[in-house]
Write a protein that binds this ligand. Structure first.
Ligand code: 3PG
Ligand code: MG
Length: 402
């Protein structure tokens, strides 16, 4: 059943203080500059909508994982200038989350003005969904809008605690993400091919297992493919490898066979003698990785097999790079997948920061149907799980309304 959310368009926001939960968890370089503004740009439609309605807009977000401590390198201050520039408006910043300073800054806002609070995760109450912390956040506003799709899988105070205490609405970004990703769950056009990469099988086993029931073909590259190769009895040399996941991977492989699903694994691999950009490297069969060598990309035969699986599909989901694409010698596999995803006529969804960065690096970011701002959130949604940040925004069935 399609999820129907209460959206910001139903909010009576005019002239009123509105707390907006954003996901401004953006990558910063070592000088504290924002290196990818995708998540800030994605937040603009909702913010513009509220500003046009003369709401007093109080934005809040997390950045990184400071774990309840004030950690200077996780300050949200670098986002202020980027947001102001993209919005074309002044954005006030307060180096406080729920203290008196934050309350004063919020109270000072005139209609149509925008304020950004300091990193929510500087406060231990955020991740703990502490009621007292949620109350203090709630006290800053009269309405709540959640546009932080990337954090919708976290049951934190700013995601669920506030939503339970204020009239709560989904912003355009969150609603759009849920709508696009739901298309993958509700009768996707077949063949449906999911391409998964990235480093850890343990992080993705639940989604792999759930996706297997929904897709026709599962394509596995990236660091996690070596645990699959090991489960098939191949030596993987010094490649990334999670021995404690081998049994689970074997179960998945035999389930695929029983259910007539195909799992595509690399047949050749680019191996290097070190984890370094300028390491010596060569292409070997996937069955022939020697000790002292580690796989850092899928090989050319694999890249073309993966690309052709993508080209033959009518629905494609891609999450996670095929190799260390930031280094030119190990970028070809990820590039081949990115190009196939970009050029196919299939409905294409790409999720996760690394895949988004890869598309951007190859100049293909605008060539997919949906580029999700959520990594973990998009995977959990595709597992068929109800996200805590989504369930608090569901519209009640009309019969249940008072
Ligand atoms: C993300 O980057 O995936 C989101 O911002 C959530 O961040 P988290 O994984 O630290 O909760
Ligand atoms: Mg993440």
């Amino acid at each position: 059943m399609p999820l129907t959310l209460r959206t910001v368009e139903a909010a009576q926001a005019d002239g009123r203080p509105v707390l907006v939960r954003n996901d401004f968890n953006v990558p910063l370089d070592d000088r504290g500059r924002v290196t990818d503004d995708l998540r800030v740009r994605a937040a603009l439609p909702t913010l513009r909508y509220l500003v046009e309605r003369q709401a007093k807009v109080i934005c809040c977000s997390h950045l990184g994982r400071p774990k309840g401590q004030r950690v200077a390198k996780y300050s949200l201050e670098p986002v202020v200038g980027v947001l102001a520039e993209l919005l074309g408006l002044q954005v006030a910043f307060v180096d406080d989350v729920v203290g008196d300073e934050a309350a004063r800054a919020a109270a000072r806002l005139d209609p149509g003005q925008v304020l950004l609070l300091q990193n929510l995760r500087f406060e231990p109450g955020e991740e703990a969904n502490d009621p007292a912390f949620a109350e203090r956040l709630t006290a800053l506003a009269e309405l709540y809008v959640d546009d932080a799709f990337g954090a919708a899988h976290r049951a934190h105070a700013s995601v669920v605690g506030v939503a339970e205490r204020l009239p709560a609405y989904a912003g355009f970004l969150l609603a759009g993400e849920v709508k696009e990703l739901s298309r993958l769950l509700e009768g996707p056009a077949s063949p449906f091919v999911a391409v998964l990469g990235g480093s850890k099988v343990s992080d993705k086993l639940a989604v792999l297992s759930n996706l297997l029931g929904r897709v026709d073909t599962l394509v596995i590259g990236g660091g996690m493919c070596f645990t699959f190769l090991a489960a098939q009895g191949h030596g993987v040399g010094d490649s990334l490898f999670e021995p404690d996941q081998v049994d689970a991977v074997r179960d998945l492989l035999s389930r695929a066979e029983r259910e007539n699903k195909s799992i595509l694994l690399p047949t050749d691999v680019v191996v290097a003698d070190d984890f370094a950009e300028d390491a010596r490297h060569r292409t070997v069969p996937a069955s022939g990785i020697d000790e002292g060598w580690r796989g850092l990309d899928i090989g050319p035969a694999t890249a073309s097999a993966f690309a052709s699986a993508v080209r033959d599909a009518r629905t494609v989901f891609w999450n996670g790079p095929m190799g260390v694409f930031e280094w030119p010698a190990f970028a070809a596999g990820t590039r081949a997948v990115a190009e196939a995803v970009a050029s196919t006529g299939a409905y294409t969804v790409v999720g996760g920061g690394d895949s988004a960065a890869a598309l951007a690096q190859f100049g293909l970011a605008d060539q997919v149907d949906h580029l999700s701002t959520g990594g973990g959130a998009s995977l959990e949604l595709l597992e068929g799980r109800m996200l805590p940040g989504v369930s608090v925004l569901l519209r009640e069935p009309s019969g249940a309304r008072r």
